[in-house]
Design a protein around this ligand. Sequence first.
Ligand code: HEC
Length: 493
Amino acid sequence: MKNWLALLFLTAVANTAVGQGVTFNKDVAPIIFQNCSGCHRAGEVGPMPLTNYGEVSAWGGMIKYVTANKIMPPWRPDPHYSRFADERRLSDKEIELIGRWVDDGMPEGDPAHLPPFPDFPPGSPLGEPDVVYTIPAYTVPNNGDVYHRVTIPSGFTTDKWINGVELVPDNRAIVHHMLLYVGQYMQNMIGGWVPGQRDRFLPDNMAYKIPAGSNLILEIHYAPGSMGQVDQSQVKLHFCPNQTNPRQVFIQPYINWVMGLQNGPLRIQANEVKTFYNSFNLNSNISVLGLAPHMHLIGRSMEVFSVHGSDTTKLIKIPDWNFAWQGFYMPQKLIKIPAGSAIKAVSTYDNTPNNPFNPSNPPQLVQSGESTYDEMLLCYFIYVNYQAGDENIWLTDTTRNALTVYPGDANNDGTVTTSDFFLTAAGYGKTGPMREPLHQSTVFRAQKASYWPGTTNYRGTPVNDAFLDANGDGVLSLFDVAVAVLHRGQTRP
Ligand code: HEC
């Protein structure tokens, strides 16, 4: 018992005595490497690299400004409305640390504290794909908005189930976004790409279906001003481990401007600010895996929710729409929407000169259409048909992705309680793979881990031992038990 107390005490000390001054190597580098360098490095969308002390300190003042004002990392959904996997957001504490470091004159600190630069694997972040299609080299023919639609024979002679889709832009300077369909354009969408997107596997037993002999249709939007540039973007598909009877994943634009628009048509007069209302009646139970709102340049905001009796489920709210930052947003857990619900959207468009993104000055009448200067009103839903228990599936934890571990939350239920302490103690002595150095922290935030070979039972349900390894050192020790105690009461953000 004495040992235990000593350990708890030591851990507490280790957690509070973080040294006085904020330095790059100790405090700022881990934040920048995890949240900024992915885009701010050679060949990526960020306009300048942020990969070492020299590069980051050169931009110090600006970095303080863009983080304090939540301009960077770019993240459009309102986190007070609904939460998603892979949120690109800094905690208040991280923002404060960056600000303090800049105010203190940006000390570099002890080189021994510098974490290794993360490994950004070239090519496929999801690992070796099963099939790769490369489009024939395409030269963009003019300087307008160019939508290039390529039909790609799948070559599949039997039905295939896909649970990882990567659309890989080749010429990053010009590829604005991409969408992938099976069989027919605008039907059966199975994937998309926008700048800054992070690809994910679907859960192991959920997949898109590609029927034998079908074509894939890839639509690539090249930004205006790309004439003469050449592109050879790629589609990479990963087969679902279950090729016999996985649950089929669908993507449907339940919110769209053609059906269910209550005060249509989608037409915004010059100098008008107009709000549109959609309502779609859902007639089966679904579990939502993802949401992708879409508007063009004069769109300003969109809120999507579902109503069932007196229950409202908040799905997504983009309070300050920006055409440059769109995405497929995956909730942290599957969201059930019961049959009989109305799926609703409220979307506002600003066709006045006050809208900095208005492409016309003076403003012109804007109607629905394909060009960037026309408008759209869409929210795609990625879903499976509901099954009991879906509400408990975390999308952040699909087995083929790295696991997400919150140190101390051994049973992975989102909150650290005494149960986590007992569970960690029950796994005492087991070993497994260490986490990468950048994720060997006991701070209660998402830490990336690999699956361990073993499991420990929590009330009859096996929990992968990786969740029990609070500090990521590959051994279940008293230290891990202590972390579960120290983090008691913490809840996953
Ligand atoms: C998803 C990709 C992405 C991530 C992640 C990201 N950035 Fe950016 N950043 C960009 C792009 C693209 C721009 C160019 C401006 C724009 O389009 O918004 C930019 C612009 C900036 C600028 C302004 C440069 C200028 O000349 O105006 C700063 C400073 C910056 N980023 C810092 C950061 C920091 C600090 C982080 C992490 C906390 C970060 N960024 C994360 C993509 C990203």
